[in-house]
Design a protein around this ligand. Structure first.
Ligand code: GLY
Ligand code: MN
Ligand code: MN
Length: 452
């Protein structure tokens, strides 16, 4: 596949025009270079599934490995370096856009073979004042640009200037990607709807004696059926004590009655991610201790939601959640002292572990900075964040009452900041404790009837 599914030539051209405008402020003779993601070998001649770099998808809509985009201030002009057509290679590995396709489909003013990148870089860097690329993200690309730069510097006596100013292109692109336009929001809403079906299917598939990976299979089936080509990240299906491992990956433990299952999974739709966590019991009901922790995490999430509006910061969101978690840990006798001491001394940290939010978009941990000169960035209409408080008690944690050990709860939703507050994109995924218990009872009843 050469085209991102939501490819829109005009939209990508408008995005490039915004980048040109931003770089134009640095000087008229500029060059921006953007390499696509590399191919990662898995073993021998087998590769990991390829995913186009999100910046590259956003800017060009071209979904092909071994491609590099170049924007120059001269015109401005958009150039692509791509793999040329090759009947034999295309029979083995799939169709290519080729040089003609790069121009006709993707709007490049000029297309060259990726095999000509090194000499192309020397030519493009000549008589340029400012060069921008995503520095420090792909060491081999950095090396190629710097090698070309060294060659251009030798051309001074041929009246060719070498660039003297360097800009990190990622900063420019990521500032633009941070706020989503209506088309992007529509895709994220659809990704959220598919993710809802996945979570519901996985929850319904939970029966003691089955493996975590059976639930992973239910997620994958619902995601693909819903139209999502791939997951936004490796799904976490963590039962019992595994829920305390934040990025648990094995997904191979057998579910047991009395366990909680924490599922953190989201699909990717047309490159846009969703990122949702739900925690539910394998049995029909939460135990009393599980219910106490669950209700506390849910209350923390609701408190965090309440502060979300333009002008608020992710620190506000985080501390709204932490206030509730800290007070709850005191009320349950897990922590002692005052809330002020708990917060000042981070006494909650062994159990809360991570922060509450990150940006979401083309990447699950999306583009966008969190602080500027030490000041937390303020939310603006159109940005999308997760709100994901959690509490984790390791099975061997002698600091807490035995009844809490091995419990891990995280609840995560995806929120779009609107003009006045927020829209919870993933609100449809069951979350209330009673609603979850009702669903569990229905699923277990059905699995018992099937077994008869
Ligand atoms: N799924 C990774 C995260 O929640 O940040
Ligand atoms: Mn997340
Ligand atoms: Mn998550």
């Amino acid at each position: 596949m050469a085209l991102t599914p939501s490819f829109d030539g005009l939209m990508h051209a408008r995005r490039r025009a915004r980048v040109v405008e931003a770089l134009g402020a640095e000087g008229s003779r500029f060059l921006a270079l953007l390499p696509n993601a590399r191919v990662f070998p898995r073993n021998s001649d087998v590769e990991h599934p390829y995913r186009t770099n999100s910046d590259f998808a956003w800017l060009t809509g071209l979904d092909e490995c071994e491609s590099v985009a170049a924007l120059t201030g001269d015109g401005p002009r958009f150039e692509l370096f791509v793999r040329p057509r090759n009947a034999e290679r295309e029979q083995w590995d799939g169709l290519r856009s080729g040089l003609e396709g790069a121009k006709a489909r993707f709007g490049a003013h000029r297309a060259r073979s990726i095999d000509d990148l090194d000499e192309g870089l020397v030519e493009l860097l000549g008589n340029t004042d400012v060069v921008a690329w995503p520095m420090g993200r792909d060491a081999s690309f950095d090396t190629r640009v710097l090698a070309a730069l060294a060659k251009v510097r030798l051309k001074q006596r041929l009246k060719i200037d070498a660039p003297t100013r360097f800009v990190d292109l990622s900063c420019i692109l990521h500032a633009m990607r941070w706020k989503k336009d209506p088309g992007e929001v529509a895709l994220m809403r659809r990704a959220a709807a598919i993710t809802a079906r996945g979570h519901e299917a996985a929850m319904a598939a939970a029966v003691s004696g089955r493996s975590e990976f059976h639930l992973e299979a239910a997620l994958a089936h619902a995601f693909r059926e819903g139209g999502s080509r791939r997951d936004a990240y490796e799904p976490i299906v963590a039962s019992g004590p595994n829920a305390s491992i934040l990025h648990y990956r094995e997904n191979d433990r057998t579910l047991e009655a009395g366990d909680l299952v924490l599922i953190d999974a989201g699909c990717e739709l047309d490159f846009y991610a969703s990122d949702v966590t739900r925690t539910f019991p394998v049995s029909e009901r939460f135990t009393e201790a599980q219910a106490a922790i669950y209700d506390l995490v849910l209350a923390a999430q609701e408190a965090a939601f309440a502060v979300i509006r333009p002008g608020a910061t992710l620190d506000d969101v985080h501390f709204a959640s932490l206030n509730v978690l800290g007070q709850g840990l005191l009320n349950l006798g897990i922590l002692h002292g005052t809330l002020a001491a708990v917060l000042e001394q981070d006494l909650h940290k062994p159990f809360t572990v991570h922060r509450t939010s990150h940006w979401l978009g083309l990447d699950v941990h999306d583009a966008g900075i969190y602080y500027r000169r030490g000041e937390a960035v303020r939310l603006e209409e159109g940005c999308v964040l997760t709100v994901e408080p959690g509490l984790y008690f390791r099975p061997d944690d002698a600091r807490v009452d035995e009844k809490y050990r091995g419990i891990g709860v995280r609840i995560e939703d995806d929120l779009l900041v609107t003009g006045t507050g927020y829209e919870n994109l993933t609100a449809a995924i069951p979350k209330g404790r009673r609603a979850i218990e009702t669903l569990r009872a229905a699923s277990l009843h059905e699995s018992r009837s099937l077994a008869r």
